[in-house]
Ligand binder design. Structure first.
Ligand SMILES: Cc1cc2nc3c(=O)[nH]c(=O)nc-3n(C[C@H](O)[C@H](O)[C@H](O)COP(=O)(O)OP(=O)(O)OC[C@H]3O[C@@H](n4cnc5c(N)ncnc54)[C@H](O)[C@@H]3O)c2cc1C
Length: 699
């Protein structure tokens, strides 16, 4: 029963909202429930709320951010810190954090990269309540833009595929930013380092060394018409390096091997030639269904992650719960719910989970699946390739590489730099000179080793850049030493060392594809744990893996699969075909102020998702997902307009319900909480109406 002591009455909403957590919190000494107010620990300032109503808009964020409950005299509406006198003898503090250690959702999505965010977007559109749990402190995953010089550079995905195939990006970007936003990425001519600096050739007939004069380069040009044909690669156990040696006589000791190894395998598949399965690659490439031509964002102030955030992710984050910096450590499907535990020990229950972590993360087995994943799933993620690699954009004081008076479209080196290009050339109006190098596979591993030996962190990055500059210094015969001489600053994005990516992107190794339709990527799409755990990401796409559109498509596929299994979302208005006659909101057969009453109060305050249900759903609840709860409250309609003033209001109707469920009757029930326009204002009428709402229908 509520003890309406003055200081609690002053902060009555806060007292009531704080109730639910009290039973599960340890206090160092016994306290009266009614003495409770919020303290948001870690909050350093003081916010003055002149009236209770003025606090109302803040309830959602307070509930979400609440870390502790303290009790004491509430002297003002300065609820945070300043609102409670901690020197008063009444002051007591909860021993533990009460920040909800457990939450419940319709669906949890693990990973806030392209696949995870698109899955959440799709689920939100169906009406699901979604929590996204992300290991790092940012969203976007392998789409990551940063500033260097006067422009945005891409540390992950850079090329945009045209509209061909199932690509949601192209038209959305052009619709939002205009057709001229897209420009051609590789302007100028290709240069290929050969025989050290001595024979580096340019694809230009008047160059010092024209590539057309080099017969080994001419043979490499044929390779592009051959590697992707399955009938040219019949041996399922052969690497592409072996097939190239058989076909062209080019093995690892050949002077042109780096063109295949670094230029092709590294530049396109982020690995080495000997890691690619020849038949797997051909089967994958032969059914490639995105455009073969790509464009990039010409606006120097816009990066890939900037446009995706504006187009979609800002809304997704608004419409979902998002937990950052919370690596998932286990996914337990042994009970009725899927229980996802993050590294803080917090648990998140859901009906289904969509896991969108990279192939490298799955292979590391940092997420403990309980019970173990089926053998086919383990074989699937182990059967897909993912190697070390990094992107290293470097700013120079001049375009020192333009040794033939031409822009440099694409460079393949023989050292650690790998393949490089010039993003500042396609960024309209950029005056920076930025060379992007792409050391993948063995080059990525070697550079990572150099960074580790240098002590990692900034010293490691500096060592990587030194090693790349040393390679570039010796690449062009007319520009010896000019890379180091012109270097200004750079960024190292070492994807292989990112603990929550562990590689660059997936590639087809030997055995990844047995036939076009029988692949480990396909196997990984199969849901497990009785259709409650789904995998999605660039690595699960069969016909255009390793791309942003592929990841988006896979997030969408998994979300649709979840929806197909549920039949319909749990969320209102259509989900629970409810005819709700009583205020037993959680369906446990009881009428309880601290569960049913608070659910109605929070709902009338406009809370949804976790803030709606956190801590206030009974253990024996039949309806425990926020969507179900919302549906049931919505289905009550004007029955919960208790004072019959034509609208449902937290400060009148919900408080009447709460007081009634706490046992208050007569004047104590209605004092101060009946609206001026009430058509039902007498205590006896209100009690009669509330009695109906707690009277189960005869079964
Ligand atoms: C260097 C590079 C260049 C590329 N170039 C292109 C290109 O030009 N064009 C193109 O279309 N694509 C390109 N790609 C590929 C594209 O970026 C990816 O295919 C796509 O971004 C992958 O999205 P995803 O959601 O599958 O994975 P990710 O983006 O990796 O998202 C997975 C998320 O899961 C999180 N996570 C991992 N472990 C946990 C855990 N335990 N708990 C919680 N969260 C976790 C990660 O932090 C990450 O945010 C490139 C990628 C790289 C790295």
């Amino acid at each position: 029963m509520v003890d309406p002591r003055p200081y609690c009455r002053l902060a009555k909403i806060l007292c009531i909202l704080a109730f639910p957590a009290i039973s599960s919190i340890t206090f160092s000494s016994a306290i009266e429930k009614t003495d409770i107010a919020f303290v948001s620990r870690g909050y350093s300032g003081t916010v003055l709320y002149p009236t209770i109503n003025s606090f109302q808009p803040e309830t959602a964020s307070v509930l979400a951010g609440l870390s502790k409950i303290s009790v004491g005299k509430v002297s003002s509406f300065e609820i945070f810190d300043g609102g409670i006198d901690s020197n008063d003898s009444d002051y007591k503090d909860s021993d533990e954090d009460i920040n909800p250690a457990s939450t419940t959702h319709d669906v949890v999505v693990v990973g806030a990269g392209s696949a995870g965010l698109y899955a959440a977007k799709t689920l939100n559109e169906y009406g699901y309540e979604v929590m996204i749990i992300e290991a790092t402190n940012r969203i976007g995953g392998r789409v990551k833009s940063e500033s260097l010089g006067d422009m945005r550079v891409e540390l992950g995905a850079e090329e945009h595929y045209r509209a061909t195939g199932d690509n949601p990006v192209w038209n959305a970007v052009r619709d939002a930013y205009g057709e001229s936003i897209y420009v051609s990425p590789y302007l100028g001519r290709t240069a290929l380092s050969m025989d050290g600096s001595s024979n580096t050739c340019w694809r230009k007939s008047s160059a010092l060394h024209p590539c057309g004069d080099d017969s080994d380069v001419a043979i490499f040009d044929d390779f592009g018409n051959w590697y992707w044909e399955p009938n040219q690669h019949l041996d399922p156990g052969s690497s592409l390096a072996e097939d190239v040696a058989d076909k062209y006589g080019v093995d690892a000791s050949h002077r042109a091997y780096h063109l295949y190894d670094v230029g092709f395998a590294g530049g396109s598949y982020a690995t080495n030639l000997d890691q690619l399965g020849a038949r797997s690659l051909a089967l994958q490439s032969n059914q490639w269904d995105l455009s073969n031509s790509t464009q990039t964002l010409g606006d120097k102030d816009l990066g890939y992650s900037d446009v995706l955030e504006t187009l979609w992710w800002d809304d997704v984050v608004t419409n979902s719960d998002l937990l950052l910096s919370s690596p998932v450590v286990s996914i337990d499907t042994s009970g009725d719910d899927v229980v996802i535990t993050d590294s803080s020990g917090a648990t998140h229950a859901a009906r289904q989970v969509i896991v969108t972590v990279s192939i490298g993360v799955l292979q590391s087995e940092m997420i403990n699946f309980i019970p173990d994943l089926p053998e086919a799933t383990v074989a699937a993620y182990k059967g897909i390739g993912m190697d070390m690699g990094m992107k290293v954009p470097m700013r120079f004081s001049s375009a020192w590489w333009e040794t033939e008076g031409e822009a440099l479209a694409w460079l393949v080196t023989e050292g650690l730099a790998g393949a490089c290009w010039v993003p500042s050339d396609y960024k309209v109006d950029s005056s920076s000179h930025i060379l992007m190098c792409y050391p993948m596979g063995d080059n990525g591993t070697a550079l990572n080793d150099i960074a580790v030996a240098a002590g990692g962190a900034a010293a490691g990055d500096a060592a990587i850049i030194d090693a790349i500059l040393a390679d570039l210094d010796g690449t062009f015969p007319q520009a010896l030493g000019l890379a180091s001489a012109n270097y200004v600053e750079g960024i190292v994005q070492n994807w292989g060392a990112e603990p929550y990516t562990l590689g660059v992107y997936s590639y087809p190794k030997i055995g990844t594809y047995a036939t076009a339709s029988d692949s480990r990527r396909r196997d990984l799409q199969d849901p497990v744990a009785n259709e409650r755990v789904f995998f999605a990401g660039e690595g699960t796409h069969i016909t255009h893996p390793s791309t942003v559109p592929g990841a988006l498509n896979e997030g969408g596929r998994a979300a649709r699969a979840v929806h197909a299994i549920n039949g319909q979302p749990n969320n209102p208005p259509n989900s629970v075909p409810v005819s709700v006659k009583t205020i037993d909101i959680d369906g446990n057969g009881k009428f309880d102020a601290l569960t049913d009453g608070l659910l109605i109060l929070r709902s009338m305050f406009g809370l949804s998702g976790t803030p709606l249900i956190s801590g206030v759903v009974a253990d024996d609840a039949v309806y425990k997902y926020s969507g179900q709860i919302q549906s049931r409250i919505a289905a009550l309609g004007d029955r919960i307009d208790i004072d019959n003033d034509g609208r449902t209001d937290a400060l009148t109707d919900a408080l009447l319900i709460l007081r009634y469920l706490f046992g208050l009757r007569g004047d104590l029930l209605i004092a101060g909480v009946v609206s001026d326009n009430a058509q039902r204002s007498e205590a006896s009428d209100i009690e009669a109406h509330l009695l109906e709402l707690i009277t189960p229908e005869p079964s």
